[in-house]
Design a protein around this ligand. Structure first.
Ligand SMILES: Nc1ncnc2c1ncn2[C@@H]1O[C@H](COP(=O)(O)OP(=O)(O)OP(=O)(O)O)[C@@H](O)[C@H]1O
Ligand SMILES: Nc1ncnc2c1ncn2[C@@H]1O[C@H](COP(=O)(O)OP(=O)(O)OP(=O)(O)O)[C@@H](O)[C@H]1O
Ligand SMILES: [Mg+2]
Ligand SMILES: [Mg+2]
Lengths: 275, 275
């Protein structure tokens, strides 16, 4: 079985890509076969891993865009082995057109799920963890992720203004669970760019944890959600390494950012082994 | 004359609202009559200033949404005096529908410009500075801001991944200047959540300044753009005060965040006085 996780938050700049890439790398480093799918036309996860999204078609390689557009596309043609145990399905800027091109076609929400199914039953499948890096929106690309995933992890900052978007996000997960993907649940929140020193962030974390605790008895997709530990501390190295096409483990394996994502990766794997 | 500035960046979470509110407050504190218009359906600037966007219609008050929807709306009905010398035209969540409601109506890009014109010629006009807080997108709300404004200020972080969005932003300004608003220019960049200690941010700043310098002889809207000083340092107080409906000057007037925005406000006013 595969743990398929959508890293989702409609707010921008909250740490989705930084988490998708470095958490996937941390999980791969524990020896588990991992796939990351870049679903953002900005192609930041692709860039972060050192892949030139503009050169893919010239090399006859595919992208997430091909998987969405062509229900019969061979997903192994979009697969790139980027590190030991870590594969990537890259994005490209043309994917910005996917939303309008898929328009109101039937099954437009299921293209990714079906492509991942074809991949996993191929000889290049067998991934134990699949992480889906979502764009900052609740549109068709994110919906494809929510239909393909079994769990949602929400990267966010423990700030007052960041709390304002969470309601709408959970409401979207609820709608998708009811209408398109009954097995979807919210696994939890990863706090990014976290400032451990201040009372403000502690209050926001208490708020979030209190909300999840009070949802435990309800039939909601976040009833077993938690705030993951460790939080990911602010660490400039995490903002530097994308410019070299490197993960934090390539770039600065002893930096606080590496230690935090390493521990988070181990927690996600341990949790999966007991599920 | 009025300095009308759009605080614009299609990327999310870069400091648009924090800058709109605290820069407007800093300018107001120098004694200049200032207006801030909240153009984001998230209504964060409105929240930041302690105004309940959900209660407006109950009080017979208007919002930016009314100005966009009704070309004859009395803009003074949407004006709230929030501090000395500082007025707000608030937002409301229903404004998310504006894009589809204005659809392809003629003059749909000019609703805000025309409303601000009516406001300034009314008895409640006379604002010397107007700051427009944009949503994280290049859609109709942001276009209304770009048509109403004479200048664009781009809040952003000095990070590699943040650089990736700047090209598209400038391209949009260029298109609007050619087709809709020939007097539009890019005044510059405000660096937010700035980490002064690291070489990475210095390199990104050098990149940006080098780009502007090399554009000085070209007929482009950013030919006289600069990176504003001071940069706004990361300061948790800036993330706390929105939860109390306060500006940084209400909340922590001696905090680094207050000092930085105060200096930036003075720089923007001084610059205007010499223009
Ligand atoms: N823990 C951290 N410490 C320092 N910088 C960070 C950290 N996490 C992310 N960043 C930086 O913050 C910025 C936003 O992060 P990121 O791109 O991961 O967010 P995102 O949610 O994927 O954004 P988008 O909505 O544009 O896809 C980037 O410049 C990134 O390098
Ligand atoms: N200098 C700073 N120091 C610390 N926190 C900051 C600073 N500037 C902004 N923040 C916080 O960072 C988050 C994003 O800032 P802000 O809401 O101003 O960005 P934005 O570009 O308006 O976002 P959006 O795209 O959602 O409108 C908020 O939680 C805000 O309180
Ligand atoms: Mg991203
Ligand atoms: Mg904002």
């Amino acid at each position: 079985p595969t743990r398929v996780i959508a890293l989702m938050n409609q707010k921008g700049g909250v740490g989705k890509t930084t988490t998708s890439v470095n958490l996937a790398a941390a999980i791969a480093a524990t020896g588990r076969k991992t796939l990351i799918v870049d679903l953002d036309p900005q192609a930041h996860a692709t860039l972060h891993l050192g892949v030139e999204s503009g050169e893919l078609s010239g090399q006859g390689r595919g992208s997430a865009y091909d998987l969405l557009l062509d229900p019969a596309y061979d997903p192994t043609n979009a697969l790139i082995e980027v590190r030991d145990n870590l594969a990537l399905i890259p994005s490209e800027t043309d994917m910005a057109a996917a939303e309008s091109e898929l328009g109101s076609l039937p099954q437009r929400h299921e293209r990714l799920r079906s492509a991942l199914g074809r991949l996993e039953s191929s000889s290049q499948g067998g991934h134990e963890f699949v992480l889906l890096d979502c764009p900052p929106s609740l549109g068709l690309l994110t919906l494809n992720a929510l239909v393909a995933a079994r769990e949602v992890i929400i990267p966010m900052q423990a700030h007052f203004l960041a709390l304002q978007g969470v309601g709408k996000l959970l409401e979207t997960v609820q709608i998708v669970r009811r209408q398109l993907n009954p097995s979807l649940s919210v696994a939890g929140i990863v706090l990014c760019m976290h400032d451990t020193q201040t009372t403000h962030t502690r209050e926001v974390v208490d708020d979030l944890e209190g909300f999840f605790t009070s949802s435990r008895e309800q039939d909601v997709p976040w009833r077993f959600a938690r705030v993951y530990r460790p939080s990911i501390r602010r660490n400039i190295k995490l903002a530097e390494c994308p410019s070299f096409g490197q993960t934090i483990f390539d770039y600065a394996p002893w930096a606080p950012g590496a230690l935090d994502y390493k521990k988070l990766g181990e927690a996600i794997v341990r949790e999966w082994d007991t599920m």
